[in-house]
Ligand binder design. Structure first.
Ligand SMILES: Cc1cc2nc3c(=O)[nH]c(=O)nc-3n(C[C@H](O)[C@H](O)[C@H](O)COP(=O)(O)O)c2cc1C
Length: 253
């Protein structure tokens, strides 16, 4: 039985994942800024991604450290939600090559959303078959998402990076929609620019009906509105929140 998720307002505002930063304490603090969804992680969730994480740690990136995933997520969710008068949702961003760990996390108490990571591009993760490399194998991505959607007990989001050379963004979006995901979270990165690629958001919106969360370089009201005007149903923010505050009023969007 899927847990329901009630999000208020015309658009939703999401705190995007930042590995090593968006833990329970950070997400709890950010919930007071009016986010509808805060995202924990990303976490390495299966054996190949965990082994890749170990190799990344060896080259000095401790944020890829993993504990026991289930107990870690349970503890972070408790920190975000316990005695916190906030009606928002908690999402968990997961790097994986297989559906099982995502399904397992979806069944944990108070997990409102699991997010399949088709975004991270550290070479070790890509070699392990998770993160951005999933965009190059659309049938595999489709089947992974479909399997999670069929068995998860909460909403399912998929986070993708746009404008990756050799990837057809629209085919990716359509496959994720066809697999039944509830949310498509697009990092509309435009290489060489300090603003998002609003055209890719327009194009995905024109060709799909999936709930679209637009991400990249949202740092003020103007960039947030541009993302929504391009057709996103919600926006997400990472770097503009990295110091633990938001430089503009989310309720004014
Ligand atoms: C320090 C840091 C860690 C990140 N870790 C993750 C991650 O684990 N999973 C993921 O999907 N995206 C991750 N991202 C990407 C962000 O969620 C976001 O897509 C990207 O920074 C662009 O959005 P922004 O312009 O609002 O920062 C990370 C970004 C930063 C800055």
């Amino acid at each position: 039985m899927k847990k329901s998720l009630f999000l208020s307002g015309d658009s939703i505002e999401v705190l995007a994942p930042m590995a090593g930063i968006t833990d329970g304490n950070f997400c709890r603090a950010m919930s007071s800024y009016g986010f509808d969804v805060v995202t924990l992680g990303g976490y390495n969730a299966d054996k190949p991604s965990m082994e890749a994480g170990c190799r990344i740690i060896e080259r000095g990136r401790p944020e890829f450290k993993f504990d026991d995933l289930v107990s870690h997520v349970e503890e972070q969710i408790r920190i975000v939600k316990d005695q916190n008068p906030w009606n928002g949702a908690v999402s968990v961003n997961l790097r994986t090559t297989s559906s099982e760990p995502v399904i397992k996390v979806s069944k944990l108490k108070n997990v409102d959303m699991v997010e399949i990571n088709a975004h991270c591009r550290q070479p070790e993760l890509v070699e392990s078959g998770c993160g951005q490399v999933l965009l190059f194998n659309i049938p595999k991505l489709h089947d992974l998402v479909e399997e999670v959607v069929k068995n998860a007990d909460c909403k399912v989001s998929v986070k993708v990076r746009a404008n990756v050379a050799g990837v057809n963004d629209l085919e990716v979006a359509e496959a994720i929609e066809n697999a039944g995901a509830d949310y498509l979270h697009v990092d509309a990165m435009k290489p060489g620019f300090d603003h998002a690629d609003y055209n890719i958001i327009r194009k995905i919106k024109a060709n799909t009906d999936i709930f679209l969360v637009g991400n990249n370089s949202i740092r003020d009201l103007e960039s947030a509105r541009k993302m929504l005007d391009a057709g996103a149903d919600g926006i997400s923010i990472a770097r503009a929140a990295i110091d633990g505050t938001i430089p503009f009023d989310l309720s004014a969007i």
